[in-house]
Design a protein around this ligand. Structure first.
Ligand code: KG4
Ligand code: ZN
Length: 337
């Protein structure tokens, strides 16, 4: 049986993305970032994000169809999938409306995708071997969760952050150090030349295996800067990043031991972090557990993961009605719509 060709659309935050996926093969993946729109504000401005999505949506979809070798006027696609939550309501509305209009116009099914579930599908792209049960560390700008995935689309959330998400901590520390938005990539780069033991930042909630806390760590970095105004930014970044990755890697491996998971995967924007990737891969090698690392482009927000999640949803529960609206507060909870 041939796999359906799915057009995925993602507009939950500040990236306008479209992709064409067939089975596990990504035929195209296009991302129009809004970095220059939000940079001077130090974070995403929702109203500006919606307007930028409106401008970028049609050209981005066109590009994705062309890159996939499809005729943008009459694309041979079998369904359109779009993120309907969680995210910024105005941003979600743009992608969702475009997807529904396209599906209606082309007479193909429409399917709404949970953005967090989509992140769980990134490690299924590019032929990365799938071994279940799989422990997925989902680390993004809004979420930090340990998720036990038992098969594609079936999962259980074991625990999450009780305050800031890991990506949020990267962004806040970077903002404080004057490194711009988003902060993760800048901290990642500077940390590579800094001393990770220059500052002894806290590792929180050692005694609560599946829960995380990064708010105290962020405050410690701010305090260290106040006490050491001449401290090298590289050392602050390296010490902060070491504290974050220590906790993320330790808790993921503890969760593997507690559940007997047969493999490990990273998902979400922070999964693009070089130190997290290499340390988790090393810890998995030590434990003899395979580690699936999706390429960086599929870790941060993209539409290929949305198309992959959409294909699964379509095959298991069928299409959604065109009345499906955005759900900004949607969580990672099996069965929630
Ligand atoms: O998944 P994502 O693209 O968007 C959300 O759904 O939140 O994640 C964005 C987050 C931001 O906080 C960003 O700073 C972080 O991922 N990030 C990184 C890196 N690249 C992106 N954090 C650490 N190191 C990176 N290389
Ligand atoms: Zn995301």
């Amino acid at each position: 049986m041939t796999e359906p060709v799915i057009l995925g659309i993602e507009t939950s935050c500040d990236d306008t993305a479209a992709a064409v996926v067939c089975g596990d093969v990504v035929r195209s993946s296009v991302i129009a970032t809004q970095l220059e729109v939000h940079d001077r504000f130090g974070g995403v401005v929702p109203e500006l994000a919606s307007r930028a999505h409106l401008e970028a949506m049609v050209p981005t979809i066109r590009r994705a169809l062309l890159d996939a070798g499809l005729d943008p006027e009459r694309p041979a696609i079998d369904a359109v999938a779009a993120t309907y939550g969680p995210g910024l309501v105005g941003s979600l509305l743009v992608g969702l409306s475009a997807a529904k209009a396209l599906a209606f116009g082309l007479g193909v099914p429409f399917v709404g995708v949970n953005h967090l579930e989509a992140h769980l599908f990134a490690p299924t792209l590019e032929g990365v071997p799938e071994i279940y049960p799989r422990m997925v560390l989902l680390v993004s700008g809004g979420h930090t969760e340990l998720v036990l995935v038992t098969s594609r689309g079936s999962y259980e959330v074991l625990g999450a952050t009780i305050d800031d998400a890991a990506g949020e901590a990267f962004d806040k520390v970077a903002r404080f150090l004057g490194l711009g938005y988003p902060g993760g990539p800048a901290v990642d780069q500077l940390a590579s030349t800094g001393n990770p033991t220059a500052f002894a930042f806290p590792r929180a909630l050692r005694d609560r295996p599946f829960e995380f806390s990064f708010s105290g760590l962020k405050t410690s970095v701010l305090r260290a800067v106040a006490l050491n105004p001449m401290a090298a930014t590289e050392d602050l970044c390296a010490s902060f990043q070491r504290a974050v990755t220590d906790v993320l890697v330790d808790k993921t491996m503890a969760a593997v031991r507690a559940t007997g998971a047969a493999s490990v995967a990273l998902a979400g924007g922070v999964a693009a972090n070089g130190e997290l990737r290499s340390r988790l891969a090393a810890a998995c090698a030590d434990a003899g557990v395979p580690c699936a690392l999706a390429s960086r482009a599929f870790c941060t927000d993209n539409a290929a993961m949305v198309a992959a999640a959409g294909a699964h949803a379509l095959g298991t529960r069928g299409p959604d009605p065109l009345t499906l609206g955005p759900n900004p507060g949607l969580s990672l909870s099996p069965g929630e719509r």
